[in-house]
Design a protein around this ligand. Structure first.
Ligand SMILES: Cc1cc2nc3c(=O)[nH]c(=O)nc-3n(C[C@H](O)[C@H](O)[C@H](O)COP(=O)(O)OP(=O)(O)OC[C@H]3O[C@@H](n4cnc5c(N)ncnc54)[C@H](O)[C@@H]3O)c2cc1C
Length: 640
């Protein structure tokens, strides 16, 4: 039951939080949240990651150049499925009707099940299509360009529902029992969130108590916002199991259970409705004395949070893929409209204010897809690859860029962007559903790890090498002797490492990269060292307090994300130019060049913000606003 599953590298457990992070100044709630997520955190991989390297001043371009190409076989397999999926979507799925009625027709779900859309990554031996992560991402892109409700259903089912945790952690018996069911179309879901549990699992109240003979667990509690919960046949539920005593201290345990929805005591008490994703089968699921066999535990007792976090590490790659699809669709809408709409004597695309938006949309869409495909290829190359940081960045950067893109699309479509597709149709205009796209898109920066949590998550990993080296020296709870010894060790490390961050040369630019992009890559390598240096300065200045400087840390994270986006963009553009044959690739080079130049300006502003900002004043002001009625803000409106 608890044997290490083959698909997932069981990395060395991360150090006990208490050994690297000084939690002494935290309140009880902060400490509990931190200790629980730290305990569920995978240890760093031996090789280090590409993005992790950027924060340490290492820009290993060889790891991402040349841009990984799909093999012909893999591409053919993907193409065959994508063609079927596209034909079906075009002919049988009406996204506006789904949005209007809030229902996905049963025959649509049945046909998706028959074509294998519910088991894209499930191995063929368990009844799935056995396609690669890249092909799965391509499918998510296609779906994301067409219907967000179907995308969310398929993603919640496959990326976080039963298939993904079982592919990663399931025993052979579990795989044989559940994967054929879910691959053929039985809908699944993932239930972590509760009334008091959003971004903080330490406050979980759903409990699973073992029966006297230890063969079963009885689950009681209520889960909120469970996507697919209303239609699901089987779901993964996170529940607290009895605590363990570790080093004399009680440690909360979270365990993942597979639960059949027809088990007595499982009840969907409410279907939730949202601003967008109107046909999401999302509900409140209540568990009253639900008895589940021990065999249904995923991976092992107390490993539930690691299951959830590891599942999401790859699972959250679906969102940037879907966002890339939606962004391409937006670009198509904007291209058509900007070429045909004439105002003030010219096509609106000729007005600089609109052209500026179009250029940014195109560049960001290209970057988003480049990051997504690059990370997907890392998974395909090595199923055990540590892609936590890359996937989190793709999610954070991609969902935020997609929101800007939808917003710009609405602005460019003007009043028609704000009008519903049905209303446009009723008065004889083309029913272009920008309004629906916008409603559907907004949630992406909130679920599967909100943008704020992604920044914290990336910041934690970004600081990890430093915490390992110098955490003990800065830890006020440790005896002076121990701190001094740790300080000496840290000093030795930094004496070797720090001067290197000042070196003007470093990573060599891979051969064959077009001249226009080489300068950007040199900049990325140089800036990675500058980033590492500035991060070190911030650590030296702030000590353990840096952990509380979320906005400052966020800037470091954003610089890293912009660098990653630049590098992924250059790598893919170089590969497209090389493949271009007849064409000289001028257009794609201009696109990549524009993206990199814009990213460099953003990076400059972020660096400036490291030393010139209003962070402290803003924090203080926010606390005042939260506590008092500041004169001028507290009147003149209808109070609730
Ligand atoms: C449509 C929809 C579908 C969903 N599907 C599922 C599902 O299938 N399964 C499931 O388990 N859950 C699901 N969720 C829940 C979703 O994952 C949560 O909404 C999300 O985790 C955020 O939790 P919350 O809404 O409670 O926000 P909170 O955690 O209360 O956060 C509120 C705000 O504070 C920020 N914040 C929180 N903590 C910190 C911090 N330490 N530092 C800085 N900022 C912070 C957040 O980023 C957010 O902006 C779904 C939600 C929605 C709306």
């Amino acid at each position: 039951m608890n044997a290490a599953p083959p698909e997932h590298e069981v990395k060395p457990p991360a150090e006990d939080a208490a050994s690297v992070i000084d939690t002494s100044k935290m309140n009880e709630g902060q400490r509990a949240a931190l200790e629980m997520t730290e305990a569920a955190r995978d240890g760093a991989s031996e090789k280090g990651t590409f993005v992790g390297g950027l924060f340490m001043g290492r820009c290993d371009l060889d790891r991402v150049f040349p841009f990984p190409e799909q093999s012909a076989t893999d591409k053919d397999q993907g193409d065959a499925f994508l063609q079927r999926l596209e034909k079906f979507l075009r002919e049988k799925v009406d996204p506006d009707a789904i949005d209007r009625t809030g229902e996905i027709p049963d025959d649509v779900l049945a046909e998706l099940g028959r074509m294998g859309a519910f088991g894209i990554k499930v191995a063929t031996q368990y009844g799935g299509l056995g396609l690669s992560q890249t092909n799965y991402s391509r499918a998510a892109m296609l779906l994301g360009s067409y219907d967000a409700n179907l995308t969310a259903l398929i993603s919640a089912h496959q990326s976080i529902g039963v298939p993904q945790p079982l592919i990663l952690f399931g025993t052979e018996e579990q795989k044989k029992k559940f994967l054929p069911r879910v691959a053929k179309g039985e809908i699944s879901a993932f239930a972590l969130t509760e009334q008091g549990v959003g971004s903080d699992p330490a406050t979980m109240t759903t409990r699973a108590e073992p029966t006297a003979d230890g063969k079963y667990f009885t689950i009681n509690g209520e889960k909120l916002w469970c996507t697919n919960g209303v239609k699901a046949g089987v779901i993964v539920v996170m529940a607290q199991t009895p605590p363990k005593i570790v080093n004399g201290k009680e440690k909360k345990q979270v365990t993942a259970f597979i639960v059949d929805m027809d088990t007595p005591g499982v009840e969907v008490t409410h279907r939730c409705h949202f601003m967008g994703l109107r046909a999401l089968y999302n509900g409140v699921v209540k568990f009253t004395n639900v008895v589940v066999p021990r065999e249904n535990i995923v991976w092992g007792e107390g490993k539930g949070l690691r299951v959830a976090l590891s599942t999401l590490n790859t699972g959250r790659l679906t969102l940037p893929a879907a966002c890339a699809g939606a962004s391409k669709k937006c670009l198509e809408i904007v291209k058509k409209w900007s070429n045909e709409r004439v105002q003030w004597g010219a096509n609106i695309g000729k007005h600089a204010a609109i052209a500026d938006k179009i250029a940014r949309m195109a560049a960001d869409t290209f970057a988003m897809e480049s990051m997504t495909l690059l990370v997907a290829s890392m998974v395909d190359k090595d199923k055990k690859a540590d892609i936590r940081l890359e996937a989190a960045m793709a999610k954070m950067w991609g969902t935020e860029a997609a929101w800007r893109i939808v917003d710009d699309t609405m602005q460019i479509r003007g009043g028609r962007g704000y009008e519903t597709a049905d209303s446009l149709k009723a008065r004889g205009e083309e029913p272009i559903a920008v309004e629906r796209f916008m409603r559907d898109c907004r949630i992406n920066t909130i679920f599967e790890g909100s943008s704020e949590i992604m920044r914290l998550f990336i910041a934690r990993e970004m600081l990890d090498p430093h915490l390992k080296v110098s955490g003990a020296a800065l830890d006020s709870r440790k005896p002076m002797g121990e701190r001094a010894k740790a300080g000496l060790k840290a000093g030795l490390f930094y004496a070797g490492w720090y001067p290197k961050t000042w070196l003007p040369f470093g990573s060599s630019i891979p051969s064959g990269v077009p001249g226009k992009l080489r300068g950007h890559l040199s900049y990325a390598a140089r800036t990675s060292r500058r980033l590492a240096r500035r991060l070190f300065h911030a650590m030296a200045r702030n000590g353990p307090k840096l952990e509380r400087e979320q906005v400052l840390l966020g800037r470091f994270v954003e610089i890293g994300a912009e660098l990653f986006a630049m590098i992924a963009t250059c790598s893919r553009a170089a590969s497209l130019v090389k493949k271009g044959g007849e064409s000289d690739g001028a257009d794609v080079l201009s696109l990549a060049d524009y993206f990199c130049s814009s990213a460099r300006l953003r990076i400059d502003r972020l660096f400036t913000g490291l030393s010139q900002n209003t962070d402290r004043a803003g924090y203080k002001l926010a606390q005042t606003v939260l506590k008092t009625d500041v004169p001028g803000l507290g009147d003149g409106f209808i109070r609730g």
